[in-house]
Design a protein around this ligand. Sequence first.
Ligand code: SF4
Length: 372
Amino acid sequence: MKKSYFITTYGCQLNVHESEKIAGVLQNLGYQEASTLENADVIVFNTCAIRAGAEDRAFGNIGALKRLKKENPNKIIAVCGCMTQVKDNAEYIYKTFPFVDIIFGTSNLYLFEEFLNSYQGKHILRHSEDFNLLGEDLPKYRTSGENAWINIMQGCNNFCTYCIVPYVRGRERSRPLKDIVQEAKQVIKEGYKKITLLGQNVNSYGEGLEGVNFVTLLKEICKIEGDFVVTFMTSHPKDLSSELIDFIALNPKMLKEVHLPVQSGSTKILSLMNRKYTREKYLSVIEEIKQKIKGVKLSTDIIVGFPGETEEDFQETISLLKEVKFDNVFAFMYSKRQGTPASVMENQVDDKVKHERVNEVLKVAKLYKGKD
Ligand code: SF4
């Protein structure tokens, strides 16, 4: 009987796609997907570090694996992802959960097969801050229906004060254009109807590459023959160019959807977040998008309760939501992320207030949804 695996994925689409690579490696080695954790020979937890809550949940769920390992000591348990890219976390798991066999961070994903093959009952803990290898050559076992995720870059240079990403994924590195186009051709040939280009800040794709930017890349992909649409995530409002808006508006293969995280409607809070744009700049980009891309669907992310957010600041977020009338709003309560500047800022907001604010955002978002 074939051996099997079960992967639990926390966090963003990038992690979903990295789990597709982990699954690709396992499938290539002859494993098949298990229907439950209990049945699996290999269990992988691909973790997220973006919110303290996600980490706590992951620690709790890892703890619960102890029983399974006791029942079947041959089970291999691996924990990877952004959480274990933080050295202290990786060492904490190593010491606290001795039944976890393999621990590695995002920068060592490309070594997963080697870890699995070399595992012989002795724990593997691998931590490295060398982000040069993206692991893009790994096989992929795609799990998102007609959509194919394609990674175009890794890391981020923006250092928003609440975010751990630049520390756990390193600085921006763009993948060579020809490799991305090659992967796009392949997925179209395989029958995928939608390509979603992935990166922490796709608009700055191409930095460090000669004569290439994000629009150049989109043009090359849209030139490929076939019946498919193209979209991307995530954009940063400071980098979304008029050239890109024009291209989305005019190219029939570009999906008329833009996800543009605003995070707050208050320029004061945006500055504390180090977002590098103002409320006015954000609204002017939105206006240009609405003017040029007919029928565009707009979505955004909001963080409520960032340190220093007063009722007045929060009401600026509410007024921005009423003004833009997004089709979709993803709202989050600010949660302290150890190691980030915001975690030690003064005037942290009370949890009760955060709850009230997140509920109000969701209520207003629903009321004004796509009213334009
Ligand atoms: S742009 Fe800001 S929020 Fe997004 S990944 Fe980079 S640092 Fe994090």
